[in-house]
Unconditional design. Structure first.
Length: 249
């Protein structure tokens, strides 16, 4: 038996138009899953990549901070695929700003997308999830360690870390697993401000034991693991994927 085989499974990946979400969606498909690709922006080749792997995929536009749009996402998933086996709460934003002058609306927007969004998606999807299903929340190393100028992001991702554990306790008796992944610096459009600035990148790179910036596939591998039977006895756990960043602090 292939512990990583996801044949016959149906996955929803939020924020899957590009970046980490796209990487996860494609690798879940490579492992055999059919995938619902969701985002607020048009998908950038995710569907095509999945279809080339001979798996089914649909795109559903959804703002995960809206209960109505989340419910439509779940409705379309059930309409097309009849079930939900895997939910990857990946969609998120980063808004920099010190607490002393961060506008309230930017704090609220960060919380709405990064923290309320996974809550709404999990709440709606759980109505259709059965024993063996898996919820994977994408947090961050910023959900474990704080950083100046990142209070809103750190608070939201720290919230996801403990939301994961609380939800795992709630649905564990149903045979549903909930785990989190904590990426470090991954080369995506959202991190371009860091990865494209040579001085900033050099300063950060000195802290990475593996001496490189991560790629979306570096997060996709652990996501496939958590979605599969290879992690059947894991729930409420967190996987840090940061090139050794936290270990070197």
């Amino acid at each position: 038996m292939d512990l990583f085989d996801l044949t016959g499974k149906v996955a929803i990946v939020t924020g899957a138009a590009r970046g980490i979400g796209q990487g996860i969606a494609v690798e879940l498909a490579r492992a055999g899953a059919d995938v619902v690709v969701s985002d607020v922006i048009p998908e950038e080749g995710t569907i095509n990549k999945i279809e080339k792997l001979k798996r089914k995929a649909i795109y559903v536009k959804a703002d995960i901070s809206s209960k109505m749009e989340v419910e439509n996402l779940i409705k379309e998933t059930i309409k097309q695929f009849k079930k939900i086996d895997i939910l990857v709460n990946n969609a998120g934003i980063f808004i920099a700003g010190n607490v002393s002058d961060l506008p309230e609306e930017k704090w609220e927007k960060t919380m709405d997308i990064n923290l309320k969004g996974p809550f709404l998606c999990s709440q709606a999807a759980l109505k259709y999830m059965k024993k063996g299903a898996s919820i994977i929340n994408i947090s961050s190393v910023a959900g474990i360690e704080g950083s100046a100028g990142g209070a809103a992001y750190c608070a939201s991702k720290g919230g996801i870390r403990l939301f994961t554990k609380a939800l795992a306790a709630e649905v564990g008796p149903l045979g549903i697993r909930v785990n989190s992944i904590h990426p470090g610096l991954i080369d995506t459009p959202m991190t371009a401000a860091f990865t494209k600035d040579k001085k900033v990148l050099e300063g950060m790179m000195s802290k990475f034991l593996l001496k490189r910036v991560g790629k979306p596939v570096d997060i996709a591998g652990p996501a496939v693991f958590l979605a599969s039977d290879a992690s059947a006895y894991m729930t409420g756990s967190e996987i840090v994927v940061d090139g050794g960043w936290i270990a070197a602090l």
